[in-house]
Design a protein around this ligand. Structure first.
Ligand SMILES: [Zn+2]
Ligand SMILES: [Zn+2]
Length: 289
């Protein structure tokens, strides 16, 4: 644990916060507040000292240690609550109820889904009581419908969860993820000009988070351009584009990632069609215009 501002502790997730782990913040004061519960063993020391747990979104890497905090009150944005309260809700929100991939199901069994009942569902602009500090909910949808960040106003510090500035880039691979919402959420953070940005998976960024957020947003444009480039060479169906690994050329090894690649490509293609930059031919192939 590292105190990054008076009373605010950064808890690094196992394996440097890489999936299936993530970083947490712990805020002293009042009942003591934990933001996200996916850091792994590092959270054991906070069991019994934490009265409230606030979750940024429903993904497993942010909620897997909820069971350490029995007796605490839990909250999450209203649009993501179903994803932690039941396995059915998780499958529905993620779209993974439609996935027929053995390796994926093996992983789900290993992670042992434990539902957590939410005591409260918050919305954008609400304040979370943490004793001394004022913490405002920022609804930053796109990654998931109810994905949220948290602004500690006293220090202009934002916890931005999976707007994570990682080299993996913005991720919107679930069926209910939304590409354009994701872009608007990055823009909102840029306009807020935080002094320090703490993400769910990278190192806290001080100094110039705005520049890094801009670069992170530009990844979205580069993906559009790469798809257009591929279609200029040869019109292709969605299924023909997936194995080209345009979105994630370097991150393969597991079949499930091709499924996410497909979902993300589809969102870009919808956007390119709507913007008149691509057309869908009768034979199901997309062509660049
Ligand atoms: Zn996530
Ligand atoms: Zn995450």
């Amino acid at each position: 644990m590292k105190e990054i501002r008076p009373g605010i502790w950064f808890i690094a997730g196992e394996n440097r916060g890489r999936y299936p782990y993530s970083h947490s913040l712990w805020i002293e004061g009042g009942e003591n507040l934990l933001i996200d519960a996916g850091a792994g063993p590092a959270l054991h020391g906070l069991t019994g000292k934490t009265g409230r747990v606030v979750l940024s979104h429903y993904h497993r890497d942010h909620v897997a240690c909820n069971s350490f905090f029995e007796g605490a009150s839990f909250s999450i944005h209203a649009d993501d609550a179903a994803g932690v309260e039941s396995r059915e809700g998780f499958l529905r929100l993620s779209g993974l109820d439609r996935v027929d991939i053995d390796s994926y199901w093996k992983m789900v069994r290993q992670t042992n889904f434990m539902p957590t009942k939410m005591d409260y569902r918050f919305r954008d602009g609400e304040y979370i009581d943490s004793g001394n500090l004022k913490i405002r909910v920022l609804h930053l949808p796109g990654h998931t419908p109810g994905h949220c960040g948290f602004l500690v106003e006293d220090y202009n510090l934002i916890f931005s969860a999976d707007i994570d500035l990682s080299e993996f880039g913005p991720w919107y691979g679930n069926t209910t993820s939304d590409l354009e919402q994701f872009r608007r959420s990055i823009r909102r953070l840029r306009e807020m000009k935080p002094d320090i940005l703490v993400t769910g998976h990278g190192r806290p960024v001080e100094g110039d988070p705005e520049r890094m957020l801009k670069e992170y947003e530009e990844v979205l444009d580069r993906r559009d351009e790469a798809i257009i480039e591929a279609l200029k060479k040869q019109p292709a169906t969605l299924e023909e584009l997936v194995p080209k690994r345009i979105i994630y050329p370097r991150h393969y090894g597991r079949e499930i990632l091709l499924y996410f690649e497909r979902n993300m490509l589809e969102k870009h293609l919808d956007k390119l069609l709507a913007g008149g930059m691509a057309a869908l031919e009768d034979n199901g192939r997309y062509e660049a215009l």
